[in-house]
Design a protein around this ligand. Structure first.
Ligand SMILES: Nc1ncnc2c1ncn2[C@@H]1O[C@H](COP(=O)(O)OP(=O)(O)OP(=O)(O)O)[C@@H](O)[C@H]1O
Ligand SMILES: [Mg+2]
Length: 234
């Protein structure tokens, strides 16, 4: 299997899609054949799954949407429940095969998880199990709001416990009012774990900005703080 990164977060809405898309843009700009992946998406809007659309756009059409995300369910619910609504018992087998196939065809896969690490994906699989099975290191996106120190330390502890290497930890300010909480949280997290925060993404936009423009802005910010090419060819 080729190289990859698994973007996970401290919570839903932490900025996993944003960071995954920003990384894809940076990697592709560096001439690296990187493609996005999401094992399962829920919550269709006007016939589209927004995370899948974003990963598809950031992958510059390198793969069709159904390969970027093989399991898609309409209900805006947790994966197991959304599948059940459609009379389907969720099984991660097809997602594992889809990921292996993408990885065989591209230099690097940037995979996005679902919610946090312990979200159930099927009867036997939590997100962290899927990450571990992928063999990819995790990239942790921390939502910079109150509570992020606890959520980040729990996430890092669980990754360590499972033996999943951590490629990077990124602090992301998803709301303007969390700006002041970012720096002290970074310092506190670094005081209590061996992991460093590789980058901080500031709150960067007006609310009506297009998601692809937001990812471009995040790529600009990340590009000044991290060297993405180091992740290719692992
Ligand atoms: N730095 C930022 N500045 C402005 N808006 C942001 C920032 N980071 C994230 N957002 C916004 O916050 C929302 C959540 O971000 P995103 O969709 O990337 O999170 P996620 O972790 O992928 O969520 P999910 O669990 O639903 O997959 C999005 O509307 C995104 O545009
Ligand atoms: Mg997402």
């Amino acid at each position: 299997m080729s190289a990859g990164l698994f973007v996970t977060g401290t919570d839903t809405g932490a900025g996993k899609t944003l960071v995954a898309c920003a990384l894809l843009k940076l990697l592709r700009r560096a001439g690296i054949d990187a493609v996005g992946f999401k094992p399962v998406a829920t919550g269709v809007e006007d016939g589209k799954w927004l995370d899948v659309e974003a990963l598809y756009a950031a992958s510059a059409g390198a793969e069709p949407r159904e390969r970027i995300c093989p399991l898609r369910f309409a209900a805006p619910m947790a994966p197991v429940q959304a599948a059940k609504r459609e009379g389907i018992e969720l099984d991660m087998g097809p997602a594992r095969r889809a990921l292996a196939e993408l990885a065989s065809r591209h230099a690097l896969v940037v995979a996005e998880g679902i919610g946090g690490l312990l979200v159930p994906l099927d009867e036997r699989t939590l997100v962290i199990d899927f990450i571990k099975q992928s063999g990819f290191p995790a990239l942790v996106v921390c939502k910079a709001q109150l509570g992020t120190v606890n959520h980040t330390l729990l996430t890092l502890r669980e990754l360590d416990r499972a033996g999943v290497p951590v490629a990077a930890v990124i602090m992301n300010v998803t709301r303007a009012e969390d700006t002041e909480n970012a720096r002290p949280s970074v310092e506190e997290i670094e005081r209590h774990t061996r992991h460093r925060i590789a980058a901080t993404i500031s709150f960067c936009v007006a609310p009506e900005i297009h998601q692809d423009e937001l990812a471009a802005k995040a790529a600009e910010i990340l590009g000044q703080q991290i060297q993405v090419s180091a992740w290719a060819g692992r």
